[in-house]
Design a binder for this molecule. Structure first.
Ligand SMILES: [Zn+2]
Length: 388
C-alpha cells in the first residue's frame, strides 16, 4: 500500500459518523449533488460540505468548482463523484473446488480477474491458492497494485465478519476457522471475511438491482439455499449474522433430515443434494444433478416431482420472507438458476398461495450471477467494511 492509499484508508476509517455516511452515499450514488447527499443522509448541507472537503483533499472524490444558481447564492449544485481508481480492492469467492479472484476499483469495476482450481478444500490449501492468485493479480496490476487497500473473501456458511472466523461451513467442512487472521498474516494486507450471499447482496446494492431500489432480498438456490436481505439501504445481517436465513425454515416434512442436523428444513428438500437423493431413491441408483435435470426435462415423473417439491418449498419460504420483511423485489441467484425453468411455475404459485395481501405483488426475478459477480461482491463487502 503506498502513502496515498494509506492516507485515504486512514481518512475513511477514522471519519466521523457524518463523514462515513457522506462517503458511503457518494460511493453508491456517484455522481450526486451535495443537495441530494443531504437529502439521503439527513444531514445539513453545511455538514455535507464539511464532510466532502477532506475527501476531495485526499483524492477520493472529485468536486468541480461549485456552480451557483441564480437567486440562490452560495449553494453548490455541481455534482461530486467518486474517483474510481483512488483505491483498488481485491475480492475472492471461495468455492469447494475453486477460488475466483478479481481486482476492482471503488465502483467495483473489474480491473483484473483470475482463478485457481482447488485439489483439496482444507483451510491450508485454500490459503495457498488465494496467496498464489493474489500474486498473479498484483503482477497484472503492475504499478497500480500500490493502490490495493485490502482483500475481501466470501465463503458459504456462518461467518463472523467482526472476528474473521468461519464459525461453520458445512460445504467446506470447516469449523471455528480463524481464516481472515491467517490470510492477513500470509498476505500482509487487511482481510474482510463475509458470508458469500451477504457479500453478493452488498454487490447487488452497488452494481446491480440495488441501484434502483432501497430494499430487496436475494435467495440463492443450488447446493445450499441461502439468502441476503437489503432493507432501507442497508444489508441486514442481524445481531447473530444469520438474519433472513430461509434455508433452515422448518417448512418441510419433519422426517426429512437437513445436513445442518435439524429436521424439516427447506434445504433438506430443496438443495441440489436433496433433489439428487430423492431422484436416486426413486430410480434405485445413484443419479447426479445433471442427469436429474435431463430426466425432468424428458418428463420423468420422479424427477419432475422432486423439482416440484423443491420449488414448492422455496416459493413458500420466499413468501414467508416477503411477509416478514417486505422487500420491493426478490432476486433468485445461485447455480440452480441455470435450470430455473424446472422451478419457475411451481415456485411462483407457491409464493402466490402464501404471500399475504399486497405482498403478492413483490416481483421475483431470476438472475444468473457469474462467479466473477460473486467475487465482485466480496470486493464490495471489503470496501463497505472500510466505511463501517
Ligand atoms: Zn437445516
Amino acid at each position: 500500500m503506498d502513502h496515498d492509499t494509506a492516507t485515504r484508508t486512514t481518512l475513511i476509517r477514522s471519519a466521523s459518523d457524518a463523514g462515513s455516511k457522506v462517503f458511503a452515499t457518494i460511493l453508491t450514488r456517484s455522481p450526486i449533488s451535495r443537495i441530494d447527499i443531504a437529502r439521503h443522509t439527513g444531514l445539513s448541507q453545511a455538514a455535507v460540505t464539511k464532510a466532502v472537503s477532506p475527501l476531495v483533499a485526499a483524492g477520493l472524490v472529485d468536486a468541480p468548482p461549485a456552480a451557483h444558481r441564480d437567486g440562490n447564492p452560495g449553494r453548490p449544485v455541481a455534482p461530486v463523484s467518486i474517483i474510481p481508481g483512488a483505491m483498488i480492492m481485491l475480492g475472492v469467492k471461495v468455492n469447494v473446488d475453486e477460488v475466483i479472484a478479481v481486482a476492482t476499483d471503488l465502483t467495483t469495476a473489474v480491473l483484473a480477474a483470475d482463478h485457481r482450481r482447488l485439489d483439496a478444500h482444507d483451510p491450508e490449501s485454500v490459503l495457498d491458492a488465494i496467496v498464489d492468485v493474489v500474486a498473479t493479480l498484483e503482477l497484472e496490476l503492475g504499478g497500480r497494485s500500490a493502490a490495493i487497500a485490502g482483500l475481501g473473501v466470501s465463503i458459504s456458511g456462518d461467518v463472523d465478519t467482526d472476528t474473521g472466523v468461519v464459525r461453520e461451513s458445512a460445504l467446506m467442512g470447516w469449523h471455528d476457522e480463524p481464516f481472515a487472521g491467517r490470510l492477513q498474516d500470509r498476505l500482509g494486507r487487511p482481510v474482510t471475511l463475509e458470508n458469500d450471499v451477504h457479500a453478493l447482496t452488498v454487490g447487488e446494492h452497488w452494481f446491480g438491482v440495488g441501484l434502483g431500489t432501497d430494499s430487496f432480498a436475494i435467495v440463492t438456490i443450488g447446493r445450499g439455499i441461502g439468502s441476503g436481505l437489503h432493507l432501507n439501504g442497508q444489508v441486514v445481517t442481524g445481531a447473530y449474522g444469520v438474519a433472513g436465513e430461509i434455508g433452515h425454515l422448518p417448512l418441510a416434512d419433519p422426517t426429512r433430515i437437513c445436513p445442518c442436523g435439524r429436521r424439516g428444513c427447506v434445504e433438506a428438500v430443496a438443495s441440489t443434494g436433496a433433489i439428487e437423493a430423492t431422484v436416486s431413491a426413486s430410480h434405485g441408483r445413484e443419479i447426479g444433478i445433471d442427469e436429474a435435470v435431463r430426466l425432468a426435462h424428458d418428463g420423468d415423473p420422479a424427477a419432475m416431482a422432486a423439482f416440484d417439491e423443491a420449488a414448492t418449498l422455496i416459493g413458500t419460504a420466499i413468501a414467508t420472507l416477503v411477509n416478514l420483511t417486505g422487500p420491493q423485489l426478490v432476486i433468485i441467484g445461485g447455480e440452480g438458476v441455470s435450470n430455473f425453468d424446472l422451478f419457475d411455475a411451481t415456485l411462483r404459485s407457491a409464493f402466490e398461495a402464501h404471500a399475504f395481501g399486497a405482498a403478492a405483488r413483490c416481483p421475483i426475478v431470476a438472475r444468473p450471477h457469474t462467479f466473477e459477480d460473486w467475487a465482485r461482491g466480496a470486493a464490495a463487502a471489503a470496501i463497505q467494511s472500510l466505511v463501517r
